[in-house]
Design a protein around this ligand. Structure first.
Ligand code: ATP
Ligand code: MG
Length: 461
C-alpha cells in the first residue's frame, strides 16, 4: 500500500519535473547578441544591483525595463529581482521601505527615482508542480498570497509573460532567459508563461495586462494566450476593486488607451469593469465622445503633458450621467436636483466595480456640475465660472462635448472668444446676451441711480 502510494507520488513528481524541464531551459545571451548596455540602465537600478552583488547576493534588472529596452523603447521604471529577502534588502539601503501584503517587496529610493526590488518567488511547499494552482488560492484559483521565496528559475516561471521574465545582469551585461522570452521579443509575440487558464485564474489581472502590453508595445498576442480571455472575463469580478482601479488607470494612461478600450471590448473584458461601456459605445454620441476623450488623452500622454485621471473617468461616465439625468427630469425633478441624483447614482455603481478614490470622485463631480453653467452665459455667471479652481478641466470637457456634437458648437466658440477677450470685451459679450426687457430694466436702474446722484449733488451744493 505504502509502496503504491510512494510510486504514485514519485510518478507525479517526475511528471512535474518533466513539464518544468521542457518549459524552462536557461539560455545566457551575451551583450554582443542583444546589444543592451549597462549605461542604458538607470543609475538607481545600477546602484542597487551593484550593492546587492557586493553583499554576496545575486541581483538582476528584470521585467518591463529589460523588455522595453530590447524593443527600443524608453522604460517607464526599473524593477530589480534578487535572492536577498525583503528584510535584507531593507537593511542594505537607508532610503527604502517594505510594501505590499499579497506580494511583499521593497521600494528603494535614490533622489527622485524609486526602484521596486522583489525577492525571487517559488511555489508554496504543499505544491510540487510549479505550474499547478500555486500558493494559497480562493475557490476560483486566485492567488491570495505570493510570498514564498524560491530560486531564480522558479521566479521566472511565476512571472506573467515570457518577455517579462528576462534577467539582465549589469555586471556581465548578460541576459538570463529561461522561457524563450528573447525569441518572443524578436518575433514581437506576447506569450503567457505556463498554462493560460491556470495563470489567468491565479490572477485575472493578467488578462488586462495582456491587453495593455499588447496595445502599448504593438505586440501580437499569442493565440493560446488570447484564446481563454473572453470566457474568463467574469473572474475579474473577484479581484479587489482598488487593484482593478490601479490597473485600469495604467491602461488608460498608457498612451494607447483607445486601442486598449477597443481591444477590451472586442474580448468582452469591459463587462463589470466599466459597466455600461458597451452600452455607451453603442450610442452614436457616446461612442464619439469617448473616442475623442481617449484620443485626446493619448496625445497628451505621448507629448508628456499631464493627464488628469478624474477628467478621464468623468468622460467615460458622462453619457451614463446624461441618461440618468434625463430620466430624473422626465420624472419631474428640477434639473439641478436631477443632475445631483444622476451623479450619485452613476458613481455609486462604479464604486462597486472600480472603487474610484474619493480624491478623484470629488473632481469628477465638479467637472459634471459645471457643465450646465456653460449654457447660461448672461449676468455674472461666466465671471464666476472662470474663477472656479476646476474651470480649465470643466472647459476642456465642454469643448469635447461640443466636438462630439452633444452640446452646441456656438457655445464652445462663444467661450473660446470669451477667454481670449479683454475685461471690457467680456462685459460687452455678456451684455449682448441679455434679453431686451432685462437690458431695459438694467438701463432704467442705471438711470434712476444717476438721477439720485444728481439730486444728492444738488442738495449738497
Ligand atoms: P510597466 O511597468 O511598463 O507597466 P511591467 O511589466 O514592468 O510593465 P510591473 O507592474 O512593473 O509591469 O511589473 C514588473 C514585473 O513583475 C513584470 O514585468 C512581471 O515580470 C512581473 N509581474 C507583474 N504583474 C504580474 C502578475 N500579475 N503576475 C505575474 N507576474 C507579474
Ligand atoms: Mg515596471
Amino acid at each position: 500500500m505504502i509502496r503504491k502510494l510512494l510510486q504514485k507520488v514519485f510518478k507525479r513528481k517526475k511528471t512535474a519535473d518533466t513539464a518544468r524541464d521542457s518549459l524552462t531551459q536557461l539560455c545566457t545571451i551575451p551583450v554582443k547578441s542583444h546589444g543592451l548596455h549597462r549605461n542604458q540602465i538607470s543609475s538607481c537600478a545600477l546602484k542597487i544591483t551593484q550593492e546587492l552583488q557586493k553583499a554576496g547576493f545575486s541581483a538582476f534588472v528584470v521585467g518591463g525595463a529589460v523588455r522595453d529596452l530590447l524593443l527600443g523603447l524608453e522604460p517607464k521604471d526599473f524593477d530589480v529581482a534578487t535572492n536577498a529577502t525583503p528584510e535584507q534588502v531593507r537593511s542594505a539601503f537607508r532610503r527604502s521601505r517594505i510594501i505590499g501584503r499579497r506580494f511583499r517587496l521593497v521600494h528603494v529610493m535614490c533622489g527622485l527615482e524609486t526602484v521596486e526590488v522583489s525577492t525571487f518567488r517559488g511555489p508554496s511547499p504543499e505544491n510540487t508542480h510549479p505550474l499547478s494552482v500555486n500558493g494559497i488560492t480562493d475557490q476560483h484559483g486566485r492567488l491570495l498570497h505570493d510570498n514564498v521565496f524560491g530560486s531564480q528559475e522558479e521566479d521566472a516561471i511565476r512571472r506573467d509573460f515570457t518577455m517579462n521574465a528576462l534577467y539582465y545582469d549589469p555586471a556581465t551585461e548578460e541576459i538570463h532567459d529561461y522561457l524563450n522570452g528573447y525569441e518572443d521579443i524578436r518575433s514581437e509575440t506576447l506569450r503567457i508563461i505556463g498554462e493560460p487558464i491556470t495563470r489567468y485564474r491565479e490572477d485575472p489581472v493578467r488578462m488586462l495586462r495582456a491587453v495593455r502590453l499588447a496595445a502599448k508595445l504593438g505586440l501580437q498576442l499569442d493565440v493560446k494566450t488570447a484564446q481563454p480571455i473572453g470566457d474568463l472575463a467574469p473572474l475579474l469580478q473577484n479581484v479587489p476593486t482598488a487593484r482593478l482601479f490601479d490597473e485600469m488607470l495604467k491602461l488608460l494612461l498608457s498612451g494607447h488607451s483607445l486601442a486598449c478600450v477597443v481591444d477590451l471590448r472586442a474580448r468582452g473584458l469591459h463587462h463589470g469593469l466599466l459597466p455600461m461601456l458597451d452600452i455607451i459605445l453603442e450610442q452614436p454620441l457616446g461612442e464619439r465622445f469617448i473616442t475623442l476623450a481617449l484620443k485626446n488623452t493619448d496625445e497628451r500622454v505621448l507629448q508628456n503633458k499631464p493627464v488628469s485621471p478624474a477628467f478621464l473617468f468623468a468622460a467615460l461616465l458622462w453619457h451614463e450621467v446624461l441618461t440618468n439625468w434625463n430620466s430624473y427630469k422626465e420624472h419631474g425633478e428640477k434639473p439641478s436636483v436631477a443632475l445631483y441624483k444622476a451623479m450619485d447614482n452613476v458613481l455609486a455603481k462604479q464604486q462597486k466595480n472600480l472603487s474610484i478614490p474619493r480624491r478623484f470622485s470629488a473632481t469628477i463631480q465638479e467637472i459634471w456640475i459645471m457643465q450646465p453653467r456653460f449654457e447660461s452665459r448672461a449676468g455674472r455667471g461666466p465671471f464666476r465660472l472662470i474663477s472656479h479652481p476646476r474651470f480649465r478641466a470643466a472647459y476642456d470637457f465642454m469643448l469635447l462635448r461640443a466636438e462630439s456634437g452633444e452640446t452646441s458648437a456656438e457655445i464652445a466658440s462663444w467661450w473660446k472668444d470669451f477667454l481670449s477677450a479683454s475685461q471690457e470685451q467680456r462685459d460687452k459679450m455678456v451684455q449682448s446676451l441679455l434679453s431686451p426687457t432685462k437690458k431695459r430694466r438694467k438701463r432704467n436702474r442705471r438711470k434712476s441711480a444717476s438721477n439720485k446722484i444728481d439730486v444728492s449733488e444738488k442738495t449738497a451744493s
